[in-house]
Design a protein around this ligand. Sequence first.
Ligand code: CAA
Length: 284
Amino acid sequence: MEIIKTVVIGAGTMGNGITHVMAQSGFSVTMVDVSREALDRGMGIINKNLARMVSKEKITENSKNETLGRITTATDLDEAVKDADLVVEAVNENFELKEKIFRQLDLNAPAGCILASNTSSISITKLGAVTGRAGRVIGMHFFNPVPVMKLVEVVRGLDTLDEVNDAVVEMSKKLGKEPVPVNDYPGFVSNRVLMPMINEAIFCVHEGVGTPENIDNVMKLGMAHPMGPLRLADFIGLDVCLDILNVLYEGFRDPKYRPCPLLVKMVDAGKLGDKTGQGFYTTA
Ligand code: CAA
């Protein structure tokens, strides 16, 4: 099946990054959010990232303008998806919110439209089950910063059709990404492997094994990670890390995924990392 018209739901970090990449790859894309302010903020970030690419001579001013010209914004989701071939939902990691959106998408998007979620850990099978088209529901998990990171984790729910998996793999390649298909289990592959490492690094702070800087330096200098796990946790958002660890813990009922009490305490205190300026590091 051919994907021409795309819609991204959510203008936050992931939503505006996915919109940027789709438009830059030649797709016409509508970015949807509940408020005009959120859409303006998202467009501002896309503009800034494209302008940086122009200043580094990676793209021309003309191609920046063409990319921007392929993006429209909307607050009316029902209207935006009525002729879509692919919708990528990228709202907050909250099952009730995603469930509501998937029900709405099922009612308003054409029958053949693929409904993808950028969720980092919520079950694709469960999202599929709230629609009447579980075969056309799939995970399309991008990584932050979306314009830079090569991976798309393509997550198959229990009922996802082969043709939908193949179309999303093809689409990801057209976006200049490297799709990796995986099956739907808690945390998929990415966060099942990443989050226990981040959690263990937080336990190291909690138990006084090392300072955040020293723990991060061990992983940067010894294992060639671009960011240490605590810097990365701040970058991802400590609330997001906690939510994902809870999905792993509840999904497998295995104590190895129990979130470190220090992580819980920091989230309770509103220290969520880069987005609040305070986490393991102070950024604002
Ligand atoms: N948009 C576009 N380009 C961006 C960007 C953005 N938001 N952020 C950085 N860049 C570009 C820069 O312009 C720069 O480009 P050039 O190489 O052409 O100069 C390049 O990326 C590197 O950026 P910087 O020089 O500013 O900084 P850096 O070398 O320290 O790299 C980084 C920054 C790419 C973020 C790097 O530190 C990194 O790879 N960190 C790990 C990120 C990671 O693990 N992300 C996944 C998080 S998990 C997730 O997203 C999903 C989940 O489910 C939780």
